[in-house]
Design a protein around this ligand. Structure first.
Ligand code: DGP
Length: 113
């Protein structure tokens, strides 16, 4: 139920966020627990719980979200960044409203933990 998540409250303006980008399909704002000097979340306005629930009809939206990742990363002055989508509890997803993490401003290692 994405309508019950904290991100839905942010989308409805019920709780504040540090917004960096907004359009009719999505919102991007700074993560409250940053794991890098730049840590931004891009979320769709549509309530999709995770990539597991994404449908074929969401293809255009999903492409748009990735385009916004690039737009926002450039806006932040990044030329290197990591994009993360956690899908499911065991993958580290804690908020069940689809979101893409943009992490930048430091070096990253591979494989991730
Ligand atoms: P994930 O673990 O992939 O579900 O990431 C959820 C992220 O959401 C986590 O990095 C912390 C962030 N977060 C949780 N609650 C809030 C909030 O109220 N505001 C903001 N800006 N970020 C939040």
């Amino acid at each position: 139920m994405t309508s019950k998540t904290i991100f839905n409250k942010i989308l409805k303006g019920e709780i504040p966020c540090d917004e960096v980008y907004s359009d009719e399909w999505c919102l991007a704002f700074r993560d409250i627990e940053p794991q890098a000097p730049i840590h931004i979340l891009v979320i769709p306005r549509k309530g999709i719980e995770s990539m597991l629930e994404a449908k074929e009809e969401d293809k255009e939206l999903l492409g748009h979200l990735l385009w916004v990742v690039t737009k926002v990363a450039k806006q932040e002055g990044l030329t290197n960044w990591r994009t993360v989508i956690n899908t499911g509890l065991e993958a580290g997803q804690t908020v069940f409203h689809l979101h893409i993490h943009i992490l930048g401003g430091r070096n990253f290692h591979w494989p991730p933990g």
